[in-house]
Design a protein around this ligand. Structure first.
Ligand code: GLU
Length: 381
């Protein structure tokens, strides 16, 4: 199924079910004004291979709407989610297609979507959605998973290079879920994130981003990043501009697709950046990736580095299926193991295919082979 949800609605909704060779279609829902069918297809396509790389039994899909949640009341968000699910429910199911969150869709929206699914189907089908609230089937570490996973992936790259996060300056674009928890884990691993951003501009904080304040501004108040700089003496806000102008050794683009272009890549490389680890889905343009390659900057594509989110969704599905609930420590240890496993596979595949160190090639080839072998085994139609 690929296409619009509902007829005659003024707000189009989409779900693209791309490939189910390895498991039920799996991927997030995005609510953002930029969403259209082309973007959902690109994200769904990437998701197929990302999910394969996790080694978990999940196929690939993606969905969303150009609905803009910015400035909407809770009640408006709830009504939109209910309306969206009123069409979506007939296409999904724990063995068919399992949506989750993405930009603009977090635990609050998953709650409204789940409630409507339950209302319509009369089924408490926990495994139909992931990213659920902790009190009703959600999994510990799911909220943190994409950001933590990207930091674990970066650590695995550094280990391979005989290096570590110790004292490294990082710039993390965005200030949503991926960015906030990416920064948290970078700090725990010994690095220091000095800048983050939103669509209005970026903040630089030479003392390191204060996570409690960032969470207060972005998660509790749902405010603009400028508020962070207003409340923190060591920080300054730069309206507009590029967060990639801030010198760093580690860059973690965690906002959205195509946010880091060739020019930004040149600035990063000239400023001594050594690792670029994609927290978002394809934030670097092809020109940027070429610049990194030529400059010898180690680069991790999103389909490998940000797979921790969907991998932890698969762990949530496991817990739901066995009506179990794992501890934070156990879940985080699993996540770290999965991220290290993805890095090893990408690294080894790149070597095997004659491109040592090329994690883009490694991820694409390893993900493709996994899916292709299953498609082949299931026979042609
Ligand atoms: N939206 C996330 C991604 O891009 C998570 C998807 C999921 O958990 O199903 O991978």
């Amino acid at each position: 199924m690929a296409g619009r949800l509902g007829r005659g609605a003024d707000q189009p909704g989409f779900r693209v079910e791309f490939n189910s060779a390895l498991g039920p279609y799996k991927g997030g829902l995005r609510f953002h004004p930029s969403v259209n069918l082309g973007i959902v297809k690109f994200l769904g396509f990437e998701q197929v291979f990302k999910n394969a790389l996790t080694g978990m039994p999940i196929g690939g899909g993606k969905g969303g709407s150009d609905f803009d949640p910015k400035g909407r009341s809770d009640a408006e968000i709830m009504r939109f989610c209910q309306s969206f699910m009123t069409e979506l429910y007939r296409h999904i199911g724990e063995y068919t297609d399992v949506p989750a969150g993405d930009i603009g869709v977090g635990a609050r929206e998953i709650g409204y979507l789940f409630g409507q699914y339950k209302r319509i189907t009369n089924r408490y089908e926990s495994g139909v959605l992931t990213g659920k609230g902790l009190g009703w089937g959600g999994a510990l570490v799911r909220t943190e998973a994409t950001g933590y996973g990207a930091a674990f992936f970066a650590q695995a790259m550094m280990d391979t290079a005989g290096d570590s996060f110790d004292g490294k300056r990082a710039v993390v674009s965005g200030s949503g879920n991926v960015a906030v928890y990416g920064i948290e884990k970078i700090h725990q691993l010994g690095g220091m994130a000095v800048a983050c951003s939103d669509s209005s501009g970026y903040v630089v904080d030479e003392k390191g981003i204060d996570l409690d304040l960032l969470k207060q501004v972005k998660e509790v108040e749902r405010g603009r990043i400028e508020l962070y700089a207003e409340r923190r003496g060591s920080a300054r806000f730069v309206a507009g501009g590029s967060v990639w102008d801030v010198p760093c050794e580690v860059a973690v683009p965690s906002a959205t697709q195509n946010e880091l272009d060739g020019d930004a890549a040149k600035v990063l490389a000239a400023n001594g950046c050594r690792y670029v680890v994609e927290g978002a889905n394809m934030p670097s343009t092809p020109e940027a990736v070429d610049v990194f390659r030529a400059a010898g900057v180690a680069f991790a594509p999103g389909k490998a580095a940000n797979a921790g989110g969907v991998a932890t969704s698969a762990l949530e599905m496991q817990q739901n299926a066995s009506r179990d609930r794992w501890t934070f420590e156990h879940s985080e240890a699993k996540l770290e193991e999965i991220m290290r496993g993805i890095h090893t596979r990408c690294h080894q595949t790149a070597e095997e295919y004659g491109a040592p160190g090329d994690l883009v090639l490694g991820a694409n080839v390893a993900g493709f082979l996994e899916v292709a072998e299953a498609v082949h085994a299931h026979g042609l139609i």
